[in-house]
Every structure is written in C-alpha cells, then in structure tokens.
Design a protein around this ligand. Structure first.
Ligand SMILES: [Zn+2]
Ligand SMILES: [Zn+2]
Length: 404
C-alpha cells in the first residue's frame, strides 16, 4: 500500500470555491487495476475524480465494516481488497511504475493552479450572498464548474473528473476607491455590509420611484405566473402536521389552503425579493424583525445613510416606534457613494434567484423531485481590492459542461 501523491492534491485554501462535500467515511474508492499491483493512491479517494488517472478505468467503491474507529474500518477493507486482488500481496514491487504518469502530473498541476486562482479570487472577500444560511457550502459540481472558469482544465484530464452540471459564467464589476472608503467608514461604525444591503432593499423597495431590482422581480413574477397558468403541478409542499413536506399530488387537484406547489413557492421567493410578502398577520417573528429594523434604522440614520420622513413615528430616544414601517419612515440618501453598488447587487440577486428558480422548475417538469436540489450558492461575492471594491456574479447555465 503506498500513497503515491501527498495530500496536497486538494482544494484547501480556495476559500468558498472549495466544496466541503466528501466521500462517505467508510467508503473506499479504488482502481481494480491498481489494486492488482498492490497500489492504492490518495488520488482514488478524491471525491472529484471518477476515473483512475493511471489506467483510465472507472473507480470502484467498497464499504468498510463497522470497527471501533473509521481508520480501522478503512484499513481492514483495504487489506481485504488487496489480499483478494493482488497476487503477491503483501509483497509488492518496490516502485509503482506509473507514479510519473503524465495524466497524474497534469491533474496535480491543474489542482494547484486552480487552488491558487481561487485563493486570489477569494482575497479580500467581505460578503457573499447567503453567507448566513445554514446547510453547508458549495456542491462538488459547482466547485469544479467555477474552478474550471478560473483556471482552464487541460483536455487530457477532463474525462477523469466527475460529471458536472451546467456551465458557469463569471461577471465582475469594479467600483472605485470612494466606495471602499465609505465601506471602511461604516465598518468602523460596526455596520456590516450584509445588514446594510438588506436594509437598503427594505427601504428602497417601497420608495415612490421603484428601483430597477423591484421592477425586474415584478417582471419575473409575471413570467412565472404566465408559465404556471392554472396549476397542474405534480408536487406540493403540504403540512405534515408540524413541518412541511413534499408530496406527490394529483395534477390539477386543488390542494388544501396551506399547501404550496413549486410555482407558488418560486413566486413567493421573488415576492420576498421585491419585499411584498403578505403583511396581513403580525407574528412574533415580524415584531422581532420590526424591533431589529428599528435599531438598525437608528444606526443608519447616525451613519448619515438615511433620513426619516417628516411624519415618521419616532420615540423620545430617536428610534422608530414598533408599529412604524421602516420602508415608509426612512428615505435612502441617493447621493450615498454606495447607491450604485447596492443597486447592482440587488439587481444581480434578482437575476441569480430567478435563474436558480427557473432551473429548479425545469428539473421538476422533467421529472426530478423538488427536494435535494443542487442550488447554486454564494452567487454574489463582494471583495476589497487595492483600487476599490469588486462585485462578482456567478451564473450557471443549463447543459452539461462535461459529457463523460
Ligand atoms: Zn489504476
Ligand atoms: Zn402549480
């Protein structure tokens, strides 16, 4: 048993471009030709490889039996494999003849270049869309797809990688130094970009002149409504009874009043983007949200980012009262150096949200289940550069990038 390459053949240090997705703990991935010669390489265990780089054959899987530790379980499984497949085991050749295979060297070199490119694209990252969401980082498919944009993969090694879904595109917009300086000023006032961004959308979405991101979200809602027509969906999210669950339903049947079909969910998500969720009920969560917004608006007022309207309901301490709507009581100062950046981010967020929803609805239409969706993550990222700020947008378009 020999570990042919060091453990540096991975994407650690690639920031949010690296996937944390791993093989299952007791799973051993191996090449049946390598095993015959008594060899197992760390390469075979890389979750992004589907073929042996030395023999160009598909990797096989085996699961270790339960042992006190995972390491013991893996070693036992490997030993069993070797004793069954390798004639001379435990006496192997001294040197594995394929160590210096062009393909393996090319893979290691590409991984190193891609890792460096991703590290430099992550440098100075101050925010990304969905950074507070729970549920792990990017999928292997997204990670590989984006790394391949940052560093072109040689044709030679392409067929050895797992199949990736969609083709990724990168768009970058640079903002000048005064934007960076303004964000530094706000940082000193303990205002984080993520909070500022959410607050900006809340305040401007209700302004008399609708911002572009709201108009765009309105348009996408119309597109989805037209496509949906009268509901013939085969899936619905139904209460069960403590939580919601996906269930297959008779197409066209009328669901219970609390059930939602995929289109209704997609439209609701866009409604949140254009800040138009149902306001008819005041829940505890909404009250908590109001209190938080009241505190944040005071912070924004002190930072000179907004002003209060003349008839805003303000307490003696200078905070908005809980029954006051932040969107109604606050006016964003359009001359803020951040307006352009915030607008672009909001417009791009509407775009990437719609793209993801559309891909999801397409998949369901083609027979996929509505859960377990590999939804793009961190589609927008904001970075500090030496000359200002850089806003990054990642878009996935359908179609296989790689047809292996
Ligand atoms: Zn092999
Ligand atoms: Zn429907």
């Amino acid at each position: 048993m020999e570990e042919i390459f060091s453990r540096s053949v991975d994407f650690l240090g690639s920031g949010r471009y690296a996937s944390e997705q791993k093989r299952r703990l007791r799973e051993i991935c191996y090449c049946k030709v390598c095993i015959q010669d008594g060899y197992h390489s760390y390469f075979h265990e890389m979750p992004w490889l589907s073929m042996c780089p030395f023999h160009n054959v598909k990797l096989e899987k085996v699961f270790g039996e339960h042992k006190p530790s995972i390491a013991e379980s893996r070693i036992a499984a490997l030993e069993l494999l070797l004793s069954e497949s390798c004639m001379s085991w435990p006496h192997c050749q001294d040197h594995f003849p394929l160590v210096e295979s062009d393909v393996a060297i090319s893979i290691a070199a590409w991984v190193a270049r891609a890792r460096a490119a991703a590290a430099s694209m992550s440098l100075g990252e101050v925010w990304c869309l969905g950074e507070d969401d729970s549920g792990g980082g990017v999928s292997l498919s997204q990670s590989l797809g984006q790394l391949r944009v940052l560093e072109v993969m040689p044709d030679l090694i392409e067929p050895l990688f797992i199949k990736q879904r969609g083709k990724w595109d990168l768009e970058v917009l640079e903002f000048p130094m005064y934007v960076k300086l303004e964000l530094s000023r706000l940082k000193r006032l303990n205002i984080k970009f993520g909070d500022l961004y959410e607050f900006y959308k809340e305040v401007t979405s209700h302004a008399p002149k609708k911002p572009v991101f709201v108009e765009r979200a309105n348009h996408f809602v119309d597109v989805l409504r037209a496509r949906h027509g009268s509901c013939t969906c085969r899936w619905a999210l139904v209460p069960d009874p403590w939580e919601y669950k996906w269930a297959e339903v008779d197409p066209g049947s009328h669901f219970g009043w609390r059930s939602l079909c995929p289109f209704q969910i997609a439209i609701e998500e866009l409604n949140v983007m254009r800040k138009m969720p149902e306001e008819s009920t005041i829940t505890r969560k909404k009250i908590e949200n109001r209190i938080l917004l009241s505190l944040v608006s005071r912070q924004m007022l002190d930072a000179n980012l907004i002003s209060y309207t003349k008839d805003a309901k303000v307490s003696a301490g200078g905070y908005l009262t809980i029954d006051e709507s932040v969107a109604r009581a606050c006016i964003w100062r359009p001359q803020s150096p951040l307006t352009d950046l915030l607008n672009t981010a909001a417009e791009w967020e509407v775009d990437v949200t719609f793209d993801a929803l559309k891909a999801w609805l397409d998949d369901i239409e083609h027979g996929a289940q509505p859960f377990n969706q590999d939804r793009p993550k961190y589609s927008l990222r904001l970075r500090e550069t030496s000359s200002g700020m850089s806003l990054v947008k990642w878009t996935a378009s359908p179609g296989d990038q790689q047809a292996s």
